[in-house]
Design a binder for this molecule. Sequence first.
Ligand code: DC
Length: 256
Amino acid sequence: MPGSGDGSPGAPGEAADSGNRPFIVAIDGPAGAGKSTAARRLAARLGFALVDTGAIYRAVALAASRAGIAFDDDRRLAILLPGLRIRFEAPPLDQAAAGQKTILGDEDVSLEIREPPMSLGASAVSARPVVRAALLDLQRRLAAAPSHPGSVLEGRDIGTVVFPDADVKVFLTASPEVRARRRYDELVAKGQTVSVEQVLADQQKRDRDDSQRAVAPLRPAPDAFLLDTSDLCADAVVDALATAVEVRLEQRGRPV
Ligand code: DC
């Protein structure tokens, strides 16, 4: 489990002191750019913790939906957030390929948060400043896992807001068609019935909302390394990211 915190969102804090915290790799980019696969495999290769911040927003959307709270009801979201416990748990060794689990309270919600309504719900709650502020400190605490030499965080605003002083910042992207096809293949592999057209339409709405929102819009940090993954296989993406990390570790005089 990548985290030392108790898993509940706290008040927004200052960015962690880069001298005292683990090595941070920030991977941002739109849905379907290949962030999840790249982040998971990079974290495994480096022995780093993995913090999937989209899963955190998804868990908030699920909790709100179960409580009958509208995704734009700031007053009720503000009451809900402090009571939520969200954390990640490593899978059993024989299920390592399944990736880590997202736990809300004591319940494994990994599958439910991936369903299309929660994709749109996560995008909606993530536009609310009250939600972003409450989750900032949780994301930083999960990344400060003392059990790991570093953390890989994937999201939309890691390099711009959560860790503006991250050691390595990467912005992954890919053409809209490639991204929609990847998400479609993922959903079909999970047994969901969707059409590519629907996935593309949902993605276009999310892209628009995520990049036009007033707070922490999706955009590359000025010092991020941009990587278009449209024509790259997952291995090539992970190799490129691992090289960027190794270069930075060497610059900092830390062993790879
Ligand atoms: O990466 P994902 O598809 O699981 O993210 C779900 C939604 O959460 C996405 O529409 C944008 C939002 N999000 C965000 O605003 N900031 C993050 N750091 C991560 C996700």
